[in-house]
Design a protein around this ligand. Structure first.
Ligand SMILES: [Zn+2]
Length: 167
């Protein structure tokens, strides 16, 4: 029914994000669990569910190497997530918050649609355009979600058409 429009909207949003300089970095995780008590009472912690951009993953692992020695680099290699495996929530770097490359599960897609329905945006950023494109890519596979996704897509494209764009 509306799948063609959904797919076209997703590609338009991806093109908008790219044209405004946003290119999603791969989502990385640090293998194994890191749990190091620090002098200030906090704990340096990471597990495979924590996603990072490359810069933050490197910085985290350097801290671990400083605290535990060079073998930490072998014990905790930095690996990319499988982009084909859908996420239940959009992927963001746990440290800096940057949006990372991802696809969504049906649950993840439904959750994001509810989020945008409850708190509609008054404008759009390149990161948000990318994130909405991921919602649309997943919504295509579900009749109930594709109709609601189309409403979201039209609102996002209207922001772009009217210049309601933030950086
Ligand atoms: Zn980061």
């Amino acid at each position: 029914m509306s799948d063609t429009e959904l797919t076209a909207a997703a590609r338009q949003l991806d093109a908008f994000a790219a044209a405004h300089g946003f290119e999603a970095e791969p989502a990385l995780y640090i293998t194994g669990e890191v749990r190091i008590p620090l002098h200030n009472g906090e704990t340096l912690y990471s597990d495979a569910a924590h996603l990072y951009c490359a810069a933050c993953a490197d910085r985290f692992l350097k801290m671990v190497v400083t605290l535990k020695g060079p073998e930490a680099e072998r014990d905790h290699p930095i690996c990319p997530t499988d982009p084909g495996t859908g996420e239940d929530v959009p992927a963001h770097c746990v440290t800096c918050g940057e949006t990372l490359d991802h696809s969504l599960t049906r649950e993840g897609c439904a959750g994001e649609i509810v989020h945008y329905e409850d708190t509609p945006s008054a404008d759009i950023s390149p990161q948000e355009a990318f994130a909405i494109a991921r919602v649309l890519d997943a919504a295509i596979w579900d009749d109930g979600l594709s109709t609601r996704g189309l409403t979201l897509a039209r609102a996002a494209l209207a922001h772009i058409a009217c210049g309601r764009v933030r950086s």
